[in-house]
Design a protein around this ligand. Structure first.
Ligand SMILES: Nc1nc2c(ncn2[C@@H]2O[C@H](COP(=O)(O)OP(=O)(O)OP(=O)(O)O)[C@@H](O)[C@H]2O)c(=O)[nH]1
Ligand SMILES: [Zn+2]
Length: 212
């Protein structure tokens, strides 16, 4: 029999605790009543099922393994050893304090050491962590740490700029506020000119953004 890793144990525990779809829908009916409405009225009858489906989309990251996403690499990079930057990756997450949206962009850069990945995989790693309940600092660190651990590049940089709806639609009600977080590893942390080059590549981007 295989030995159970700590990750297996966590998955098993979370799996066992996961409520049924019917229980999730009943909880949503409770929240509708808590909000002051009648879950039985016509317009709200299908809402619990819709919300459950929406949750599957918002939180699909729990079912993904971000390390797996990065395992297919290309080694034939013909001597390319410069920085690779993916700028303005749309980011949609939910804050773990209020469960309302965090929306913004992530910029991911790395300095390859022999191996590169398909660029979509970097965006998939961003999503795998974003589609969970998060705080921005942890999200930023998880993305950078995973790229660092799996690709073992000479350096990784992740910058996230995002708006938190818990600050704009409730609470302090401040609109237009961006939270900016970064995690720099390897050469991006140790070498000021590498860090500057990355920051220059992600700044002033609106003038050069290519619409697709
Ligand atoms: N550091 C950090 N804070 C966050 C993030 N998302 C939300 N918050 C903050 O988490 C804090 C939770 O504070 P609490 O005082 O426990 O909750 P609250 O009474 O709802 O706070 P208010 O938002 O000030 O009304 C708030 O200050 C939020 O602005 C995040 O990604 N990172
Ligand atoms: Zn919040």
């Amino acid at each position: 029999m295989d030995i159970e890793t700590p990750k297996d144990a966590l998955n098993r525990e979370v799996g066992l605790k996961r409520p049924s779809r019917a229980e999730a829908e009943a909880a949503i009916r409770t929240l509708i009543r808590w909000a002051g409405d009648d879950p039985a009225r016509e317009g709200l009858q299908d809402t619990p099922a819709r919300v459950a489906r929406a949750y599957e989309e918002f939180f699909r990251g729990y079912a993904e393994d971000p390390e797996d996403i990065l395992t297919r690499t290309f080694e034939e990079i013909e001597g390319y050893d410069e920085m690779i930057v993916l700028r303005d990756i749309r980011l949609e997450s939910h804050c773990e304090h209020h469960m309302v949206p965090i929306v913004g962009v992530a910029h991911v850069g790395y300095l390859p050491d022999k191996r590169v990945v398909g660029i979509s995989k970097l965006a998939r790693v961003v999503d795998a962590y974003a589609k969970r309940l998060q705080i921005q600092e942890k999200l930023t660190a998880q993305i950078a740490n995973t790229i660092n651990d799996v690709l073992q590049p000479r350096g990784v940089a992740v910058v996230i700029e995002a708006g938190h709806e818990c600050m704009s639609t409730r609470g302090v009600h401040k609109t237009g506020v961006a939270m900016v977080t970064s995690r720099m590893l390897g050469a991006f942390r140790d070498n000021p000119s590498t860090r500057r080059e990355f920051l220059a590549m992600i700044s002033n981007r609106r003038s050069v953004t290519v619409e697709t």
